[in-house]
Design a protein around this ligand. Structure first.
Ligand SMILES: Nc1ncnc2c1ncn2[C@@H]1O[C@H](COP(=O)(O)OP(=O)(O)OP(=O)(O)O)[C@@H](O)[C@H]1O
Ligand SMILES: [Mg+2]
Length: 233
């Protein structure tokens, strides 16, 4: 069995009388330690897929396995424990805690685990050492995004899930962040999943997954992934 496996996963959202099938029989796998890039049009189901993988949301039918464990069977409380111990999540819309400073947002995540990554070092790595005492409302969108990234990494998670992690960043800052993510995968053996609209980033991935209309339409190993520095877009 692979490290991550989705088997025939369906997710139906109901809003009043309207049903939206966000995932419609989604099958794929990812191996441990891989850096995986997920691409697909807006509305294809990428965030839904990542939320279910990270235990943020429950599927309607199907099975999801992580490290041999069927996480789709877990109850809400078990799922919360699973998330705390295993998953770092960079949300598409950051979800920072407004009444904690940038540093405290990161520190709080680090305190959840036994073996965190040093918060000061991380604030430096994401270029926010000077702004660490600001509250989220006192930060630019891109700075908030970098706090969200530092927070997810601080847990030193086995699985790092990133939903459009560079969406709000300029070219150079985005590149620096992607370099950090690639390093985590290479040096720590972290399994990293990145959702992006930028198909140039597929060149940095060990595995590229394409999502369309709630299905995985291709899942391809990249035999020669390149360093982010070598990619231009
Ligand atoms: N909570 C929800 N309630 C109802 N419908 C939802 C909900 N979340 C997502 N959807 C719908 O499910 C579909 C897939 O949404 P999802 O957010 O997974 O797309 P996405 O691929 O991440 O798109 P984007 O690239 O724009 O972020 C969309 O049609 C969306 O409107
Ligand atoms: Mg999305």
């Amino acid at each position: 069995m692979s490290y991550i496996e989705f088997r025939n996963v369906r997710k139906v959202y109901r809003t009043g009388d309207v049903e939206v099938c966000a995932l419609n029989g989604c099958d794929f796998f990812v191996n441990k330690g891989e850096l995986c890039v997920i691409v697909g049009q807006s509305g294809a189901g990428k965030t839904t897929l990542l939320n279910i993988l990270g235990g943020m949301d429950k599927l309607t039918t199907g099975e999801v396995f992580l490290d041999g464990r069927e996480i789709s069977k877990l109850k809400t409380k078990e799922l919360a424990t699973f998330r705390r111990d295993n998953v770092g999540f960079v949300f598409q819309f950051y979800n920072l805690i407004p009444n904690l400073t940038a540093y405290e947002n990161v520190e709080m995540a680090a305190q959840l685990v036994k073996d965190p990554i040093d918060c000061d070092m991380l604030m430096n790595e994401v270029g926010l050492a000077e702004r660490k005492n600001n509250f989220p409302a006192q930060l630019s969108g891109g700075e908030q995004q970098r706090v969200a990234i530092a927070r997810a990494i601080a847990k030193n998670p086995k699985l790092l899930l990133c939903d459009e992690p560079t969406g709000a960043l300029d070219y150079q800052t985005g590149k620096a962040i992607l370099k950090l993510l690639q390093q985590l995968s290479v040096t720590k053996g972290m399994t990293v999943v990145i959702i992006t609209h930028n198909s140039a980033l597929t060149a940095m991935a060990d595995r590229v997954i394409r999502v369309k209309n709630g299905k995985v339409i291709s899942n391809v190993v990249n035999e020669s992934p390149v360093n982010v520095e070598e990619i231009e877009w």
